[in-house]
Design a binder for this molecule. Structure first.
Ligand SMILES: Nc1nc2c(c(=O)[nH]1)N[C@H]1C(S)=C(S)[C@@H](COP(=O)(O)O)O[C@H]1N2
Ligand SMILES: [Mo]
Length: 401
């Protein structure tokens, strides 16, 4: 008996050695099984399995260079968005920029106007930061009732990456900021020449000139070869394909901060420069468009984030908001970063509603749709961060309500 066992073990060991060493094993143990097909050879740059098909959903538009594509949040784990699935928002398409000739101009109210090549930018000390970017238009359809068919279409204009680059304050110090400078006007090198004004204080705090995303050079869609990363502010401020920074005494009131990216209030006045993305959360699974496989145990999984800092608490309701349970936050819990939460749930086949609400370190708690609508009125488009409800049917189907 024990002999058989040992022979079994040895055979397995021999097979393992053969698998590792191939036919020409120096130990002489292995005889390669030449009837088995060899796998694919090594590759210089990886790709996903051909069986994996999840994709960004692209908003149908007559203007394919001025639309958005959405991160499939319901199909992803963890907090890092794969670069190939980072959401995209372009106002004039993706430019094709040669980093060897690209330059960044810093001028205006500075002692020394300067231009920087990419090679020069890369000589500065590097800062790495895991941080989300969210378009202020994320969830815009939800202002007027359930809009998106699934969590990708309701919440997919937020993505989270590790960004690397030089702190803007380091580069500004090289140019010498003059005393009357209060704003920095940033301009992109794309067809839209996207231009936004940013308070100087923020630029001297934590704004990055990002050249890398998740360890490698930025994707062209994310602003290659250099973009602004303005942590916690609405995505449009993080100007991609950055070519110019002008220091000024006042904001520029560009098209993107007058006709766009302002919020019309009930009294007819518009909120402008509404930079910060307030705390928000969503259950990514089970979520609209998915179906519960059966009664019994399900893990509720979701994401929470806040432009003001860390998420301190996420509560989940599995009965339409009557009772709330403390969800578990999975580390790392970083400021201005997607944060994973989970809650175990036993489904007994009842029709119900799933909801989550986030609180951040300032004490701010995500509002209900009714609270948000009361505060902002009926004309809002941007900055929708209300609690999301998923309706679970007794057949296990899930819909946005
Ligand atoms: N130059 C330039 N920068 C830009 C844009 C643009 O169209 N051109 N879009 C902005 C908007 S509206 C958002 S939400 C973010 C999107 O960044 P992403 O495409 O990397 O997700 O980039 C911002 N920066
Ligand atoms: Mo945006």
């Amino acid at each position: 008996m024990s002999g058989t066992h040992r022979r079994g073990f040895l055979t397995r060991t021999r097979n393992a050695v053969a698998a590792l060493c191939g036919a020409a094993s120096p130990l002489g143990l292995a005889v390669a099984d030449t009837t088995k097909a060899q796998g694919a050879p090594n590759s210089g740059y990886g790709s996903r399995s051909r069986f994996e098909t999840i994709r960004r959903w692209i908003t149908p538009s007559r203007f394919p260079t001025s639309t958005a594509s959405w991160t499939p949040l319901g199909d992803l784990d963890g907090i890092i968005t794969p670069s190939a699935l980072h959401y995209e928002r372009h106002h004039g398409g993706v430019p094709d920029i040669d980093p060897a000739t690209h330059e960044l101009l810093v001028h205006g109210l500075v002692d020394r106007p300067l231009t920087f090549s990419l090679a020069e930018l890369r000589r500065f000390p590097v800062t790495n930061r895991i941080c989300f970017i969210e378009c202020s238009g994320n969830s815009y359809r939800e202002w007027h009732g359930p809009g998106g068919a699934d969590v990708q279409q309701t919440h997919g204009l937020t993505s989270c990456s590790q960004w690397s680059g030089v702190l803007l304050r380091t580069v500004l110090a090289e140019a010498g900021v003059q005393a009357d400078a209060q704003w920095v006007v940033a301009e992109g090198a794309d067809g839209a020449a996207m231009t936004r004004s940013i308070p100087l204080a923020k630029c001297l705090d934590d704004v990055l000139l990002a050249t890398a995303q998740n360890g490698e050079a930025l994707r062209p869609e994310q602003g290659y070869p250099v973009r602004l990363l303005v942590p916690g502010y609405e995505g449009s401020i993080s100007v991609k394909w950055l070519r110019r920074l002008k220091l000024t005494a006042t904001p520029y009131y560009t098209r993107e901060e007058t006709s766009k990216y302002t919020d019309l209030m009930p009294d007819g006045r518009a909120r402008e420069f509404t930079f910060v993305m307030e705390a928000k959360s969503v259950i990514t699974s089970p979520s609209a468009g998915q179906r519960l496989a059966g009664q019994g145990f399900h893990e509720i999984r979701g994401l929470a984030w806040s432009g003001r800092g860390r998420i301190t608490r996420v509560e989940v309701s599995t009965d339409g908001g009557r009772n709330w349970h403390e969800a578990e936050l999975h580390g790392p819990v970083l400021p201005v970063c997607h944060t994973r939460f989970t809650l175990p749930w036993e489904w007994r086949g009842e029709a119900t509603q799933l909801m989550s609400r986030a609180t951040d370190e300032t004490g701010y708690r995500q509002p209900t749709r009714e609270e948000l609508a009361a505060a902002r009125g009926p004309h809002s488009f941007y900055h929708y961060n209300a609690i999301q409800r998923w309706l679970v049917g007794s057949d296990g189907s899930i819909r946005n309500v």
